[in-house]
Design a protein around this ligand. Sequence first.
Ligand code: NAD
Length: 352
Amino acid sequence: MEKLRLAIIGFGGMGSWHAENISNKIPEIEVCGAYDIRPEALENARAKGYYAYSSLDELLADKTVDIVTIAVPNNFHKDLAIKALRAGKNVICEKPVTLNSAELEEIIAVRDETGKVFSIHQNRRWDKDYCIIKKAKDEGLLGQVYMVKSIVQGSRGSMHGWRGYKENGGGMLLDWGIHLIDQAMNMFSEKVVGVNAHLLSMYSPGVDDNIHLFLRFESGCSYMMEMSTNCLINLPRWHVQGTQGTIQIDDWNGNGRFLKLKENAEMKWSDDIVYTAAGPTRTMAPRPEYTMTEIPLPQVNTDWADYYKNIVNVIYGKESLIVTPEQALRVMKVVDLMFESEKEGAALACNI
Ligand SMILES: NC(=O)c1ccc[n+]([C@@H]2O[C@H](COP(=O)([O-])OP(=O)(O)OC[C@H]3O[C@@H](n4cnc5c(N)ncnc54)[C@H](O)[C@@H]3O)[C@@H](O)[C@H]2O)c1
């Protein structure tokens, strides 16, 4: 089978990452060239053996290009995606797909008009830590999941480069927030009925850089996300509580613990008062060991390459798209409301 040819718009950090990883892991795709507004980035692409397009028009006019991957600052995504679709290309856009839901609706209209494939690179759906939690939930190992904490913490301070500027679509909500909300809404296939956001701007004036987000799901699950940039002692990546157990994932390698309630190991309440260093307590006392058991974390086999393999199969009509613009539209509607919630200083009810 002939290889699909892919060109990249924006050959910075992520553009060159796509080029290298596609070349190493996706034999069905050939990365053929790149366009960037910076001559140094074009030179870098050329040095790596890719054709360096001298203009966007030249790239879009290249009839041999089947797929375009867009990896430029966020404020340029919408216009470039529309141009590439209109030029007859299948398009993969980096996250956040757009700055808001209205922009994405414009792209979806053009996707419908052109009949081309349009997807968003929500690669964190393939992260090992996330896949372990999702598998535990999907297989019912936790019982009913009612509290999730999803936390990413860095310690380098401010937002980096263009991410520090509002006009470029900078800020943490549009950067990591998008990943964590997409993970949440992919894990719970049910409506979001409430959002709350507290977007602090501590180190990058003009954009949010340390944020707390809350989602309330229809089933009642309370889902909290934290992203911070100046944290010197990190919390675990995940902490999830269900009626049958608690799972904690410490890091991106998927290390952690899973404690489950033992079947038929009823608590005896006769000797219930427990004396702790903070005084006597019943509610916050630890559960007796005989009622719990530690079990291995669910095993997952996850591979980022499945994202692009799916794109190839969709183009050949063999599979349906995994990351769809319709899913991204729900995420962007939640993001719109998160910004609104910050403005109002209040939680907002919704039905998304
Ligand atoms: N999915 C992920 O895990 C992930 C990780 C990092 C970045 N991203 C996303 O990738 C995109 C790019 O981020 P980055 O970290 O690579 O930024 P970057 O600054 O490293 O690279 C962006 C590149 O785009 C070029 N550029 C800017 N405007 C352009 C235009 N109009 N036309 C062509 N080229 C243009 C710049 O010269 C630069 O080389 C962003 O949308 C970001 O959110 C995604």
